[in-house]
Write a protein that binds this ligand. Sequence first.
Ligand SMILES: Cc1cc2nc3c(=O)[nH]c(=O)nc-3n(C[C@H](O)[C@H](O)[C@H](O)COP(=O)(O)OP(=O)(O)OC[C@H]3O[C@@H](n4cnc5c(N)ncnc54)[C@H](O)[C@@H]3O)c2cc1C
Ligand SMILES: *[C@@H]1O[C@H](CO)[C@@H](O)[C@H](O)[C@H]1NC(C)=O
Ligand SMILES: *[C@@H]1O[C@H](CO)[C@@H](O)[C@H](O)[C@H]1NC(C)=O
Ligand SMILES: *[C@@H]1O[C@H](CO)[C@@H](O)[C@H](O)[C@H]1NC(C)=O
Ligand SMILES: *[C@@H]1O[C@H](CO)[C@@H](O)[C@H](O)[C@H]1NC(C)=O
Ligand SMILES: *[C@@H]1O[C@H](CO)[C@@H](O)[C@H](O)[C@H]1NC(C)=O
Length: 515
Amino acid sequence: MRFLSPRLLAIAAVSWLFDVGFATAAFGTAPPATPILAAEDACSSLQASLGSTIVQSSGGKDYSSGTSNAWSYLNNQQQPSCIVFPQKAAHVQTAMTAIYRNNARYAVQAGGHSAVTGWNNVQGGVLIFFSRMKNVSYNATRDTIALDPGIHWGDALTQLEKFGVAPAGGRLNDVGTGLLLGGGYSYLAGEYGFSSDLYVEVDVVLVNGTLVTATASNHYADLFRALKGGANRFGIVTRYEVQAIHTGRISDKNWFGGLIMYPNSSADALIQAVEKYVRTVNDPKASILMAFSNVVNGPGPRSVQDPTPAIGPMHILTLFYHGTSLPSNIFGDFLAIPSVTKQLGAVSYIDAQNILGNGGDRGYGQLFGASVLQGGAGLDQYQAAFRLWSNYTSTVRSNSYATVLAFTPIQVSQIQAGRDKGGNLMDPPLSNYAAVQIQTQMTKGLKDSSGIQGPRQQLFKELPRTPGYPLYINECDSSQSVFETYGRYSEMKTTYAKYDPTRFNVRFTDGPSGL
Ligand SMILES: Cc1cc2nc3c(=O)[nH]c(=O)nc-3n(C[C@H](O)[C@H](O)[C@H](O)COP(=O)(O)OP(=O)(O)OC[C@H]3O[C@@H](n4cnc5c(N)ncnc54)[C@H](O)[C@@H]3O)c2cc1C
Ligand SMILES: *[C@@H]1O[C@H](CO)[C@@H](O)[C@H](O)[C@H]1NC(C)=O
Ligand SMILES: *[C@@H]1O[C@H](CO)[C@@H](O)[C@H](O)[C@H]1NC(C)=O
Ligand SMILES: *[C@@H]1O[C@H](CO)[C@@H](O)[C@H](O)[C@H]1NC(C)=O
Ligand SMILES: *[C@@H]1O[C@H](CO)[C@@H](O)[C@H](O)[C@H]1NC(C)=O
Ligand SMILES: *[C@@H]1O[C@H](CO)[C@@H](O)[C@H](O)[C@H]1NC(C)=O
């Protein structure tokens, strides 16, 4: 296949980098009276037990790599009291024990792609950063892949290519394993479920420092399920063992598809095609990601008289079929809509993963927000989402580089595949729906999101949403009560109370509300 020109690829990658985080939402959990002192006590005790290579404070050789890694610039503004760079699970146990004893605030960072401010870094607390735990291996006897938490999906794919296997991860290479804890959408989802549905065994350090191994059928089966959607609330994962998917080597062009870019004049037809796809397609081998994007900083001021930036829309569809062509009964509408560029052909799974670029650009404040629309919600709801997003872009354009409205269809086959493997916390009804994501990429280097928070919250209030369907924690805003939308919310609360009876995690770590 022909690949995109670098410039178009950059636009495509950029369009994915948007999102909308939210700095000001409070979590209703009172911090301890002297949080910084508590963290400093934990840090000095950890430095004594683990040494100054593994535990570094400001001025340490790797400290700044840990405070500048986060994808959202808003998450690079916090200065932890110290950063722990674990090399094995035992280091995480030692760290968590000290954090727990000292009542210190803490955060965990894996790939760094959270778009919620405060969810992967912490001001004046202990940051556990997995940059030194990046191993990945394939066990052919078990047909499983073991992933250290610090690996990024692209590196995992590269290292596993020689075996012709891949984990179900995400759709951009720079993203990390925190994706699994929130569920995970991949081009493999129709056949295998949410990415976390493929867990075989998970090693977890509980809040009190105890290390346990959870599987679908052992003593920790409840914890195992809670790690499929429970985000950072149920402990710190030090190893994921997941089912290997035999995607083939890079020379095996087992998928057909690619990327289509559309002009804004195709927007109305695209909305109709997305609505129909979500409502009607239930073929495990089919997958699309429809991203409507508005690049604000590209085209420059609208005119000399009006210096506010113009808006340059560019709508990007990725579409793949695990087979040798794109069946027209599934993809025909999208193929017929007038486009700017079409890059379609036979591709390997790794080619498919590269289609949107790697998603690794840094330096922009990034904020997400989520909605969900059931397949039969009606075209008017999809149209309303588009209209509200367009209007939102105009409202926030002075503070923004770009905004995106993305649709990920979740089909019955994906939900069923997850149920067949024991289920996850989201537990959606057995019916097609779309995860809807709004992303705001702020102006480069801008640290203050207050100028866009009012319109964002207004947008989340007004966006149509189908009740009874789960919001996606990995694409949400912190003000959204995502856990409460889960099918297994009450089970989740019971499991949380069992593994964290003093609610230490909720009190000492920023993360999703509802527990
Ligand atoms: C460019 C881009 C593309 C994306 N594409 C997709 C996609 O295709 N499919 C999809 O499903 N999602 C996608 N996402 C969303 C993605 O799932 C989330 O951003 C996810 O949080 C990323 O995980 P991470 O490890 O990179 O981030 P991090 O910020 O490091 O981690 C995310 C959260 O999980 C916690 N965490 C991480 N590791 C651990 C651990 N071992 N133990 C306990 N807690 C932990 C962190 O504390 C943080 O709260 C995308 C995001 C971006 C920015
Ligand atoms: C990662 O692999 C290296 C080399 O094989 C090994 O020395 C190290 O112990 C491994 N790390 C973990 C956390 O398993
Ligand atoms: C691979 O799995 C087999 C079967 O469970 C096990 O005996 C073996 O030790 C594993 N290999 C490695 C390297 O972990
Ligand atoms: C893009 O198209 C939509 C739908 O037709 C329209 O509402 C919107 O104003 C257009 N945007 C621009 C910047 O032209
Ligand atoms: C557009 O957004 C502004 C600011 O949030 C709001 O006042 C206005 O009502 C919106 N218009 C429409 C048509 O939604
Ligand atoms: C740690 O917490 C778990 C879950 O609550 C509990 O079973 C275990 O006994 C605790 N361990 C210690 C050492 O307190």
